[in-house]
Design a binder for this molecule. Structure first.
Ligand SMILES: Cc1ncc(COP(=O)(O)O)c(C=O)c1O
Length: 362
């Protein structure tokens, strides 16, 4: 019998949400409103779609493994050399590669809680010990996280701004205050998956230049509307990237995704339309939560976390039966909270109407 690595044996398998097609078939709902994964309700940028379609004609060839054209475009955007960019099969792959190259069994990583499940996952995969640090006033407690990293000699500290599932942000000054205290041996990974929605975003590039252990990650899955193609990237010192090229699958990013991402970066209009849609949608959702007397967190991302005041799994089921798919947050340790992605106006309206029925307010 082959033996399974202990790290894998002790992990719980990731259970993805049911595929939309299954839900539709089981419940007999044709027009399901999908507000559970923070995708762009407007879809991909038309420019990205055109570029992806054109790239399909080259699908018989292997991709250029480092996505040179995309890195060069990002280099212009960020005003940094192209060797500072690591393109991944989603930012998930960037996290995983960092863990594979920089973590050993028994190492420690510090993660915020509640936050994105991908961080503890890559740590556990490598047999690292995951130290979870809770929030203070609904934002990341950077002081406590830095203190935990120093105290435990952690190798990685993950930050998420805006945070998933709260949409809350920490202050730039708070980050600048703690970064000098984190030893250089500890990578500080700042996940900016939702940055493009953030009206309080600050110049995180300056932090990269000031602190050699800072890594910034971004994704094409959210505002760029390319979640299904899997494309994300990390920005960091080239010395950190070089060993990753030894470990990675040389062709993990396919050429259709790379071409779509490149074109999406040039579609400022699509980005602005999405931003405006999300801004208005959030105002609509906030007003509804206030009317319903449900506590919620003001969000700098494209989703809103609210407290239904009753088991989220029940609310989730009842919403689903009305054709509205949201994210119950029990797995984040928030058993009465749900996260709803901001959709198109008619989708937001359907969600609110369904919620009112669930709460007996309609
Ligand atoms: C905070 C955060 N980071 C990263 C990701 C994963 O992004 P990607 O699709 O680029 O792997 C998600 C996806 O939901 C997320 O919420």
């Amino acid at each position: 019998m082959v033996s399974i690595r202990p790290a894998i044996r002790s992990m719980k398998p990731y259970v993805p949400g049911k595929p939309v097609e299954d839900v539709q078939r089981e419940l007999g709902i044709a027009d399901l409103v999908k507000l559970n994964q923070n995708e762009n309700p407007l879809g991909p940028s038309p420019r990205a779609m055109a570029a992806a379609t054109a790239a399909l004609a080259r699908a018989h060839t292997y991709p250029e493994g480092t996505c040179r054209a995309l890195r060069e475009r990002l280099a212009r955007l960020w005003d940094l050399p192209a060797d500072h960019f690591l393109i991944g099969n989603g930012s998930d792959e960037v996290f995983r590669l960092l863990a594979e190259v920089y973590l050993e069994p028994g190492d420690r990583i510090v993660v915020p809680a509640p936050s994105f499940a991908g961080y503890p996952l890559v740590g556990e995969l490598m047999g690292a010990e995951v130290i979870r640090v809770g929030m203070r006033d609904q934002t990341m407690d950077l002081e406590a996280m830095a203190e935990a990293a120093v105290r435990t000699g952690a190798k990685m500290l993950f930050l998420c701004r805006p945070n998933n599932p709260t949409g809350a942000v920490f202050a730039e000054e708070a980050l600048r205050a703690v970064l000098p205290r984190v030893p250089e041996e500890c990578l500080v990974i700042i996940d900016e998956a939702y940055r493009e929605f953030d009206e309080t975003a600050f110049d995180s590039r300056a932090l990269l230049l000031a602190f050699p252990n800072v890594v910034i990650t971004r994704t094409f899955s959210k505002i760029y509307g390319l979640a299904g193609l899997r494309l994300g990237y990390g920005v960091m010192r080239p010395e950190l990237i070089t060993p990753i090229y030894t470990a990675r699958d040389p062709f993990s990013v396919n050429l259709v995704a790379a071409a779509a991402g490149l074109a999406a970066l040039d579609d400022a209009e699509h980005l602005e339309r999405t931003r405006a849609l999300v801004r208005e949608g959030k105002a609509f959702l906030y007003a509804a939560f206030e009317r319903l007397g449900l506590p919620y967190v003001r969000s700098e991302a494209n989703f809103v976390l609210f407290d239904a005041g009753r088991p989220a799994s029940e609310v989730f089921d009842q919403l689903l039966r009305q054709g509205v798919l949201v994210r119950p947050c029990g797995s984040f340790g928030l058993p009465t909270c749900l996260r709803v992605t901001v959709g198109k106006p008619e989708e937001n309206e359907r969600f609110v109407a369904a919620l009112e029925r669930v709460l007996g307010r309609s």
